[in-house]
Design a protein around this ligand. Structure first.
Ligand SMILES: [Zn+2]
Length: 425
């Protein structure tokens, strides 16, 4: 199913989504044409709708505040019957009745059966918990992916799983700040990845931000309270100071882009994350920066963004399925763990190893490896595992390339990039 309206089902939780898709497919075989008009509705959208006709212009369209609709939890969808390209808003139409019947067989309750405030276009999962129960266990009740419904606005510490910045896109909120400090993508939504990164920091740092052995470290709660926040800031300041002591900054992203003939936007978006990851791994030499920038340029091209290995499921299956050397032990592993990032992380075993090293759930969520901050940490960890930093500081550039590539693929471009960066700096 590829129709645009079916996309609206994507935000539903897995089970109702599957059932709704099956119901639509069955309706189609019977010549009953239906369009999905609403699926998941975030808390913010629900609040906007509720305000309409009350505090903002327009007619009142809903009686439900945020959290008072099953749409907010991805457990309901709305539809309309379509005939000859036109929407039929008539619940007595035979196609309307038929679709409701089909959906009942697929485990949905129909809003047309409600005693008060009938809602004819509305279907919701039957046997789902009460809204009060959903709200009480919120945000952990959520199992779907585009989980934007579950967030609580964060304006103060502590922040934790389920917190979000008031204006996530601005990048100015508390959550985004924490995310930059723990080196994950700063999208302003504190989810499982941020939580894992915070725990991993807490396990290895004390209240002064110093790296310490387990036992003397902070409690790994995954929650950022004042003590953890101060420790995060102190650790970051220490990394900055150490870099300044060794000669400080380097080229601007525009200068890097110019030197290695790469897309300026891509470099501006990705380089600061790579630089940060290098700094936090203690790779503060100019040579390490040169090695990283030239490696990324060669590995992903002039776009300077993490890449998804090119190919479709058949191709990945042919290439990687069942490969013991990659730890692909389960059916589907070949496609699931295809190459991602600046250097292509490939195979279940590698996703697991790097996930463990970085304290991130890469094996469960392989697509994380496409996030610039995560890709940067994988790259830097890879450097650390192979002693790339040492080779770079000795200006052993062929060795750098060999350590990353295994051979000398891309050597001319790599060498040209290294030279250009050395001249530019
Ligand atoms: Zn509805």
């Amino acid at each position: 199913m590829t129709d645009a309206h079916v996309e609206r089902l994507r935000g539903l939780q897995p089970e109702p989504r599957r059932e709704a898709q099956a119901a639509l497919a069955q309706a189609a075989t019977e010549g009953v044409d239906v369009m999905v008009t609403t699926g998941l509705r975030s808390f913010a959208e629900q609040s906007r709708l509720y305000a309409q006709g009350r505090t903002t212009p327009g007619n009142i369209v809903t009686h439900a505040k945020a959290g008072q609709s099953y749409h907010n939890f991805g457990l309901a969808f709305d539809f309309v019957v379509v005939k000859n390209g036109r929407a039929i808003w008539d619940q007595n139409h035979k196609d309307w009745k038929r679709f409701v019947e089909i959906c009942k067989a697929h485990g949905f309750d129909w809003g047309g059966n409600w005693r008060t405030f009938k809602d004819y276009p509305h279907l919701q999962g039957s046997g789902v918990p009460d809204l009060s129960e959903l709200l009480a266990s919120f945000p952990h009740v959520w199992r779907g992916t585009p989980a934007r419904s579950r967030w609580r606005t964060a304006t103060n510490l502590p922040v934790r799983n389920g917190s979000r910045d008031p204006d996530p896109d601005s990048g100015h909120g508390l959550v985004a700040q924490v995310q930059r400090l723990v080196l994950v993508d700063d999208d302003g939504y504190f989810g499982d990845v941020t939580e894992a990164a915070v725990s991993s920091f807490q396990k290895t740092h004390d209240a002064t931000g110093a790296r310490v052995p387990p036992g003397t470290a902070l409690a790994p709660t995954g929650v950022v309270n004042r003590a953890t926040f101060n420790a995060l800031e102190a650790a970051d300041r220490a990394a900055d100071d150490a870099e300044a002591a060794e000669g400080g900054g380097w080229l601007s992203t525009a200068e890097i882009a110019e030197a290695i003939d790469a897309n300026a936007t891509g470099v501006a978006r990705n380089w600061p994350r790579i630089a940060r990851a290098l700094r936090h791994a203690g790779m503060r030499s100019r040579a390490a920066k040169i090695a990283a920038a030239a490696t990324v340029r060669v590995e992903v091209g002039s776009g300077f963004e993490p890449i998804n290995e090119f190919g479709d499921e058949d191709y990945f299956t042919r290439m990687y399925e069942g490969r013991e050397d990659l730890g692909n032990t389960e059916p589907g592993d070949g496609a699931r763990y295809h190459g991602r990032g600046y250097i292509q992380l490939t195979g279940r075993a590698n996703y697991r190893t790097y996930g463990d090293l970085l304290g991130l759930p890469l094996e469960d969520e392989p697509s994380l490896a496409l996030q610039p901050s995560v890709a940067a940490r994988v790259l830097v960890e890879y450097f650390a595992q192979r002693g790339v930093d040492d080779a770079a500081r000795r200006r052993a550039w062929k060795l750098v390339r060999r350590k990353v590539n295994g051979g000398l693929n891309g050597w001319p471009l790599f060498k040209a990039s290294v030279d250009a960066l050395r001249v530019a700096a």
